[in-house]
Design a protein around this ligand. Structure first.
Ligand code: SF4
Length: 102
């Protein structure tokens, strides 16, 4: 194998791996606010829409992105949360199980 061909293949590996990861991430549906689990936890995709009368512990600035249960990289628009298996929550979302990242 020529050096140029070997280099070409080595450069392709991260691209292919990234593509697979992105494909997996996008294959997960977003949590629907009307899902039974979502309504039980008061999940909203936009923390600005939290019912503050119903959830008085909500404080401005709280969102999935700063929750200890949010499992996406910093800056991601959405990511997994163990409370909603096989689905993604919005980084701007919120639910009553919010726990600030340490
Ligand atoms: Fe968002 Fe945290 Fe609630 Fe999961 S537990 S939906 S990350 S606020």
């Amino acid at each position: 194998m020529s050096t140029a061909r070997r280099l070409f293949i080595i450069q392709l590996i991260p691209v292919a791996g990234g593509g697979l990861f992105a494909g997996r991430a996008w294959s997960q549906a977003m949590v629907d606010e009307k899902d039974p689990q979502a309504t039980a936890l008061g999940y909203v995709a936009d923390a600005a829409k939290v019912d503050k009368a119903k959830y008085p512990k909500f404080a401005a600035g709280q969102a999935c992105a700063s929750c200890a249960l949010f499992q996406a990289k910093a800056g991601a628009a959405a990511g997994p949360c163990p409370l909603f298996p096989a689905k993604q929550v919005a980084a701007k979302g919120w639910c009553s199980a919010y726990a600030k990242k340490p």
